[in-house]
Every structure is written in structure tokens, then in C-alpha cells.
Write a protein that binds this ligand. Structure first.
Ligand code: HEC
Ligand code: HEC
Ligand code: HEC
Ligand code: HEC
Ligand code: HEC
Length: 379
């Protein structure tokens, strides 16, 4: 362990980080595009030099099997890839999308040429890696050096693979997630509110004050799962829902008891609370931030900030005696905005989009809904 710490220290200094892990900075870590890794050290095997997540997985099985099933592994899914064509998006915009969806220098479609800084075909593009989205190397590798949290168990390894790693104490910080889960202050706003503000919402919450980081909820025990709105159990862990009937009146409360930001955090999901009688929705109310596809204005914003409670009242129809045949359901549509958006793209397909992929994305985004909560109101 000692031996390898010394070696990485030397490597790191040689590469311009002034003092090993102490010189680590999130700003430099997230310089975009992530610079090419360059030639791996001569003593690295092919396996140690590879940027493919499957290669990392040969030795880091637990992290790979978690990552593989996560949304991060889907970040180059059909909905995005189907849009990465000119003239629908210009080169600059495509590269901007890849800053969050496939940010390694080796994953970029275009790269700046040396002279004018104009974007041209990226000669270092690895197509297979491009398709894999948010791979391990995006968070953990810079210039072939591994960065990670301090080891969970002291290492016994004399001469560790890939030259060991640089332990960064704050690796689990919210700052690791910030570049992709937060727009800069000058980013797109609707009704004064940033379209993507997850880090900001967290920063203003008690969680941030108490030092609870994104990873503490989304990577419990360092698991690489990043469950969120698409996962019923994860959402259940963050909200308390109560539906109560008093005569013909029904009250539903949803408390954001364990989500470290708004529930839900942005415009893409909708949560629908419905009074259902004999299988038919009688009335419903939405929790979410609804905006039209052109993002021109907000229709409503009923998201629930951390710790706060949302309340709705329903009245049972007169013919429903004692709540018989009636229930309250809470349904989550994780991809509501995208589903509407793909639908409009397919109606009037612009040049540059891949219709087959958008069709697939339309289908998938229509199938991700689930019932989060159901309460029968009868006797
Ligand atoms: C600042 C980071 C960031 C940038 C830049 C960005 N995205 Fe995303 N994108 C995200 C995040 C985070 C999500 C997941 C949250 C959500 O559903 O909105 C996402 C989700 C998506 C989805 C839904 C994906 C799916 O698998 O269901 C699509 C489609 C998408 N982005 C397309 C784009 C396109 C096209 C661009 C460029 C015009 C772009 N994004 C730029 C961060 C970003
Ligand atoms: C979105 C960023 C991100 C991606 C992608 C990612 N990791 Fe991690 N990884 C982290 C964070 C953050 C931690 C530390 C979590 C903590 O300390 O709570 C971590 C921890 C680790 C650890 C230390 C685990 C332990 O128990 O000590 C290993 C090994 C690791 N990651 C390997 C991988 C591999 C292999 C992949 C790809 C299959 C991968 N990571 C993908 C962010 C990421
Ligand atoms: C040949 C096996 C092997 C391969 C391939 C491999 N690793 Fe590792 N990795 C290890 C071992 C063993 C350690 C522990 C080193 C130590 O304890 O000093 C480690 C340590 C790490 C750590 C530090 C864990 C911590 O506690 O913070 C990270 C991060 C990491 N590897 C990421 C990766 C990524 C990303 C890849 C693929 C690009 C990869 N590794 C490929 C074997 C491997
Ligand atoms: C390089 C950009 C990037 C980084 C860094 C990053 N993410 Fe993501 N994250 C994304 C994108 C893009 C998506 C959407 C993928 C999709 O659905 O297609 C996403 C999706 C998610 C989701 C959504 C799950 C769901 O059900 O919709 C969660 C939770 C998440 N990330 C948590 C984290 C956490 C925690 C960190 C920091 C440890 C982190 N992310 C770091 C880009 C990033
Ligand atoms: C106290 C625990 C907790 C903390 C801290 C936390 N989250 Fe979450 N997060 C959740 C829960 C629970 C959900 C599922 C409910 C939901 O979707 O809002 C969630 C959902 C998400 C989603 C899915 C999309 C959505 O609409 O809600 C993303 C993306 C996300 N979190 C990113 C982050 C990032 C980035 C941070 C840090 C800045 C963070 N989270 C901090 C608990 C937490």
C-alpha cells in the first residue's frame, strides 16, 4: 500500500497535479471535454489500459453489475442518440449534449481542430465506448490515473493493478454529481427557475447542512445503482403518503420525508394522484412541474421541497356510499415530458433525427409508469 501511494504521488506530480490527492480539484476533474487519456504507462496490460466498463468489471464485479443496470449506463439511449444529427442539432449543441451524456474525449463525435478551434470529426472517437454512455472512466479516470474514495478496507496488495489509485477524501461529494445535475446560473430558466437545479435544491436543504451527500442516498454502501424516479422502492423510501376518508371527503397528503431535493426534482416526471371509482378516474391532481414542449412558460409547479407536505382534497360522488368501490391511486410517469416530446418529433420529423430510434424511445418512455400507492377507501 505504502509503496504504491508513493508511486502514484510521483505520477500525479509528474502530470501537473501539485500535491497528489491534495491537489485534486473538482473544477479540473470536470474540465470539458474530458481530455484524452493518452498512452497508458508501458507496464499496464491491455486489460488495465482499456476504458471499457466491461474491462473494469473483470476486477470490479460489484460496481460493474450495479452500473450495468443503472440509468447512467443508459445515458446514450435511443432518445438521445436519435437526436444527435445535423441539422436538427448543430455540432456545438451535439458536443454540449455529450458533456453530460458521453463526456470522455474518446467518446466525442467532434473535436476542436488545432488552428481555429473549429469542430471537426474526432479522430480519437471509439464508437463502441461512445455508445456506452456514462462509463466508469468518466468519474474515475484522468490521464490513466484512477481516482476514488479512500479504500474501504486497508489494501494488502504490494503492486496493485493500474498503478493503484489516488484516494480523494471528498470523492463522494455532491460536487462530483454537480456538472451534470445542475445548470449554471445563466442556463435555461422558466418562470425564473432553472430547468435543472437538483444540486441547488439540495444545497438549500437540511441535508446539505448536515453533510448528507447525493451519494449517501444514491450510492448507499458505495453501491453503483443510482436509483431514482424510475424505481418504485427508491421513490417509496423518500415519501410518506396518507389517504383518509371522512364521510364524503378524502384528503391525501404526500410528505417529502427523504428526498434530498424537490420531489420530483425537474420537469420530466409527473406524479398523478387520482380518485378512482369502479375503475374510472373521477378526478385527479398532479405533483410536478409541468411545462409545454417549447419550454415557454410553466403550467403549474406543485413539486414538494424537502421536508414539506403537499395536500389535496377530493369529494366522493353522491352515489358512492361509505367509499364503496372507490380508491386513491398515486401513479408515477417518470418520462412524461420526453414521451410528449418524442410524440411531437414523430408527428413532424425534422431533418437530422433518426425516426426508428425516436420511435423506440417513444415506446420505452410510454412504458415506464407504475403505481406508487393505492388505498381502497371502502369500509
Ligand atoms: C447539464 C447536463 C446535461 C446536458 C448538457 C444535456 N443533458 Fe440530457 N439529460 C441530463 C440528465 C441529468 C438527464 C436525466 C434526467 C431527465 O430525465 O431529465 C437527461 C436526460 C435526457 C434524455 C432522456 C433520456 C432517456 O434515456 O430517457 C434525453 C433524450 C436527453 N437528455 C437528451 C439531451 C440532448 C439532445 C441534449 C443536448 C441538446 C442534452 N440531453 C443535454 C443531463 C444533460
Ligand atoms: C457517476 C460517477 C461514477 C461512475 C460512472 C462510476 N463510479 Fe465508481 N464511485 C463513484 C463514487 C462517488 C464512489 C464513492 C462512493 C462513496 O464513497 O460513497 C465510487 C466508488 C468506487 C469504488 C470504490 C468502492 C469501495 O467499496 O471502496 C470502485 C472500485 C469503483 N467506484 C469502481 C467503478 C467502476 C468499475 C465503475 C464502472 C462499472 C464505476 N465505478 C462507475 C462514482 C462513480
Ligand atoms: C486487473 C484488475 C483491475 C482492472 C482491470 C481494473 N481495476 Fe481498478 N482496482 C483493482 C484493484 C486490485 C484495486 C485496489 C488497489 C489497491 O488496493 O491499492 C483497484 C482500485 C481501483 C479504484 C480505487 C478504489 C477505492 O477504494 O477508491 C478505482 C476507482 C478503480 N480501481 C477503478 C477502476 C476503473 C474505472 C477501471 C477500468 C477503467 C479499473 N479500475 C480496472 C483492480 C483492477
Ligand atoms: C457526466 C455526467 C453525470 C455525472 C457526473 C453524474 N450523472 Fe447522474 N445522470 C446523468 C445522466 C445523463 C442521466 C440520465 C441518464 C438517462 O436516463 O438516459 C443521469 C441520471 C441519474 C439519476 C436518475 C435515475 C432515474 O431514475 O431517473 C440519478 C439518481 C443520478 N443520475 C444520480 C447521480 C449521482 C448521485 C451522481 C454523483 C455521484 C451523478 N448522478 C453523477 C449524468 C451524470
Ligand atoms: C436524502 C436522500 C437524497 C439526497 C441527499 C439526494 N437524493 Fe436524489 N433522490 C432521492 C430519492 C428518494 C429519489 C426518488 C424520488 C424522486 O424521484 O424525487 C431521488 C431522485 C433523484 C433523481 C431522479 C429524478 C427526479 O425527478 O427526482 C435524480 C436525478 C437525483 N435524485 C439526483 C440527486 C443529486 C444529483 C443529488 C445531490 C445534489 C441528490 N439526488 C441528493 C434521495 C436523495
Amino acid at each position: 500500500m505504502k509503496k504504491f501511494l508513493v508511486t502514484t504521488f510521483i505520477c500525479v506530480v509528474a502530470l501537473g497535479y501539485s500535491s497528489g490527492a491534495a491537489g485534486f480539484s473538482f473544477d479540473r476533474h470536470w474540465e470539458m471535454p474530458i481530455p484524452l487519456q493518452g498512452k497508458a504507462p508501458a507496464d499496464f496490460s491491455d486489460l488495465e489500459s482499456s476504458l471499457n466498463p466491461e474491462s473494469c468489471g473483470e476486477c470490479h464485479e460489484a460496481q460493474f453489475s450495479g452500473w450495468e443496470k443503472s440509468r447512467h449506463a443508459l445515458s446514450m439511449g435511443p432518445g438521445i442518440v436519435g437526436q444527435l444529427g445535423e441539422p436538427w442539432l448543430d455540432k456545438e449543441t451535439i458536443e454540449m449534449c455529450l458533456d453530460c451524456h458521453a463526456p470522455l474525449g474518446e467518446q466525442r463525435i467532434f473535436a476542436k481542430n488545432k488552428k481555429g478551434g473549429e469542430l471537426e470529426k474526432n479522430l480519437f472517437l471509439k464508437t463502441g465506448l461512445h455508445k456506452k454512455g456514462l462509463v466508469c472512466a468518466v468519474c474515475h479516470l484522468r490521464k490513466n490515473i484512477r481516482y476514488g474514495p479512500p479504500a474501504s478496507q486497508p489494501s494488502q496488495i504490494e503492486d496493485p493493478p493500474h498503478g493503484g489509485f489516488v484516494a480523494v477524501k471528498s470523492f463522494n461529494s455532491a460536487k462530483l454529481c454537480r456538472p451534470c445535475h445542475q445548470f449554471e446560473p445563466w442556463g435555461r430558466r422558466i418562470n425564473g427557475k432553472l430547468l435543472e437545479d437538483t444540486f441547488g435544491q439540495w444545497q438549500k436543504s437540511l441535508y446539505s447542512e448536515k453533510g448528507v451527500q447525493c451519494a449517501d442516498c444514491h450510492m448507499k454502501e458505495r453501491a453503483h445503482a443510482w436509483k431514482g424516479i424510475h424505481d418504485k422502492q427508491m421513490v417509496q423510501s423518500g415519501v410518506d403518503i396518507v389517504a383518509e376518508r371522512a364521510g364524503g371527503n378524502v384528503t391525501v397528503t404526500i410528505k417529502n420525508s427523504g428526498v434530498g431535493h424537490f420531489f420530483p426534482t425537474y420537469v420530466t416526471p409527473q406524479v398523478i394522484v387520482a380518485l378512482v371509482v369502479d375503475g374510472k378516474v373521477v378526478s385527479s391532481k398532479n405533483v410536478g412541474w409541468k411545462v409545454p414542449l417549447d419550454l415557454s412558460e410553466e403550467e403549474y409547479d406543485t413539486r414538494i421541497p424537502p421536508g414539506e407536505t403537499w395536500r389535496a382534497h377530493f369529494t366522493l360522488p353522491d352515489n358512492v356510499v361509505g367509499g364503496s368501490g372507490a380508491s386513491i391511486t398515486v401513479t408515477v410517469h417518470p418520462d412524461d415530458f420526453y414521451h410528449r416530446f418524442y410524440e411531437s418529433l414523430l408527428k413532424n420529423p425534422p431533418d437530422g433525427i433518426n425516426r426508428d430510434l425516436i420511435k423506440k424511445a417513444h415506446e420505452e418512455s410510454g412504458n415506464s409508469s407504475y403505481i406508487l400507492y393505492e388505498k381502497v377507501l371502502g369500509f
